[in-house]
Design a protein around this ligand. Structure first.
Ligand SMILES: Cc1ncc(COP(=O)(O)O)c(C=O)c1O
Length: 478
């Protein structure tokens, strides 16, 4: 330690804290004192503490959790580094999806397969028994008389629940400005249809959820891929450049725990995104399906909460936390409400009523927050174990994201390995994965895979090791 005196103050402080962590003063999972607190108590500058914490973060000892602070990380094994920013794809792309995206969902129907493919929640973490009881209750109370069919915007009970929940996280969404949809997919499709004509250009994150690409293709829309950081989300600079050079009609962004990277945009970026698009008169379609699945204490805000003019169309559903099978979602389409409601009516009149009532009653009954706390803990744990396992077993050069919510992990394979080859070979080994190929219309993430952590269990480690062997076999390093 004699030499450490020559080190800059921040490094000396980092060393001191490191030794406290290693000595167990701050055990794994413990929150370390906040930057402000430390700066005051130790009488060192704010930036010195920031530098020291960044150093420890880079050394893999602590991790920042958005809006929550720094925590001591598990030191059992070192994590693989994060992938880089995606590169700029200069030209608009016609979207043409092949069968692989659909095949991913078909793969989940094979119980004999180890499931790392489709981004479906763990069935054991869904409140299915309670939903069943509520359904039975509703049936006893008179079931499904045609007199309760309701308006195209959906049942008021459910819209009130959406509005109340939005209010708790700083978003003003009156119930009469919400349309209940058949899942988040229909919400996204209705928004695209309300905003665009065939041939129009839509700016999307790169990589993006393949369901969004399917929606673009179905409506004959073109995509402009905007570089997106796997941790921090869409690059606003790149978006500005794109908008200056192309006639972008709408932007689609998953601001909270995107699929496939798990990226989270911070509040400043959300605000800047909303302000910029408002200034340019370009609407933002925000997909917040994973927003409730945060691992830190505070739910991240939606970009919509910064929207004062109705330029943001917020879409979500309960597919990730309550039921994907009920197919119930919603959209708050801002100033496009009337158009979206009309399209909803034209498409399928209204969303099936009994599932709407069941979810509304589940939410009204008050157990939702407790349920969410349980599944957030479970997914944080599963995600951490899967990421550690990939870091440990996959070959050198593998890169892995570190999402702070959701349940998917984005993995860059070493040696530019073709994810479609890996997908096919993994199937032969009874393992499903989502190849990076399907997350971009230009297929530029072909050396990536998305792994679903939701179905991770104790016996998954053996499956992951088998997958790593397939990877090594294809790389010729086994
Ligand atoms: C980001 C994202 N948006 C939308 C959807 C589709 O949601 P739903 O099943 O409610 O249509 C998914 C499903 O995986 C998703 O990951």
């Amino acid at each position: 330690m004699g030499d450490s005196k020559k080190l800059p103050l921040y490094e000396r402080f980092a060393l001191e804290l490191e030794s406290q962590i290693l000595a167990g003063t701050f055990p794994v999972g413990e929150r370390i004192p906040s930057i402000r607190e430390t700066s005051i108590q130790r009488e060192i500058s704010f930036s010195t503490v920031v530098h020291a914490y960044e150093l420890l973060e880079n050394r893999g000892l602590i991790e920042a959790r958005p809006q929550s602070g720094y925590y001591v990380k598990s030191r059992a094994r070192t994590r693989a580094p994060e992938p880089d920013f995606s590169s700029f794809q200069g030209d608009p792309t016609h979207v043409s999806i092949d069968d692989v995206s659909e095949q991913l969902v078909q793969d989940t129907l094979k119980p004999e397969f180890a499931q790392f493919g489709a981004a479906l929640p763990d069935p054991a973490l869904l409140p299915t028994a309670r939903l069943n009881r509520i359904l039975a209750e509703l049936a006893r109370e008179g079931g499904f008389p045609d007199s309760i069919i309701g308006a195209p915007e959906g049942r008021e009970e459910l819209r009130i629940q959406v509005a109340q929940r939005a209010f708790t996280h700083g978003c003003d969404l009156p119930p009469d400005k919400i349309v209940i949809t058949a899942g988040c997919t229909e919400a996204l499709c209705l928004c695209l249809q309300a905003l665009c004509e065939p041939g129009d250009l839509v700016a999307i994150e790169s990589p993006t959820y393949f369901g969004i690409l399917m929606a673009l293709e179905a409506q004959h829309l073109r995509a402009l891929e905007i570089p997106t950081h796997p941790g921090r989300g869409m690059s606003l600079d790149a978006l500005k450049f794109a908008v200056d050079n192309h006639p972008v009609k709408a932007v689609v962004a998953m601001t909270n725990f995107s699929n496939p990277t798990g990226s989270l945009m911070d509040d400043e970026s959300k605000y800047a995104l909303v302000a910029f698009l408002e200034g340019r008169g370009i609407p933002l379609i925000e997909d917040d399906i994973n927003g409730e699945l945060h691992f830190s204490d505070r739910r991240p805000r939606v970009a919509k909460s910064f929207d004062e003019s109705g330029n943001v169309l917020l879409c979500s559903s309960w597919a990730k936390d309550i039921s994907s099978g009920y197919r119930i979602g919603w959209v708050a389409p801002g100033r496009y409400f009337t158009k979206v409601r009309r399209l909803k009516y034209a498409l399928n009149v209204r969303t099936s009523v009994l599932p709407q009532l069941t979810i509304a009653r589940f939410l009204e009954s008050g157990g939702y927050d407790q349920h969410l706390r349980k599944i957030r803990r479970a997914y944080a744990q599963k995600m951490s174990e899967l990421a550690q396992s990939v870091s440990t077993h996959f070959p050198e050069g593998t890169r892995v994201t570190e999402p702070s919510g959701g349940f998917v992990l984005w993995v860059q394979l070493p040696g530019g390995l073709d994810s479609m080859r890996l997908y096919r070979e993994a199937l032969k080994a009874f393992i499903t994965i989502a190849p990076g190929y399907v997350f971009s219309p230009s297929h530029k993430f072909n050396d990536y895979i998305r792994l679903n952590a939701a179905w991770w269990s104790q016996r998954s480690e053996a499956d992951l090791i088998r997958l790593s062997q397939v990877v090594k076999g294809l790389l010729g390093t086994s």
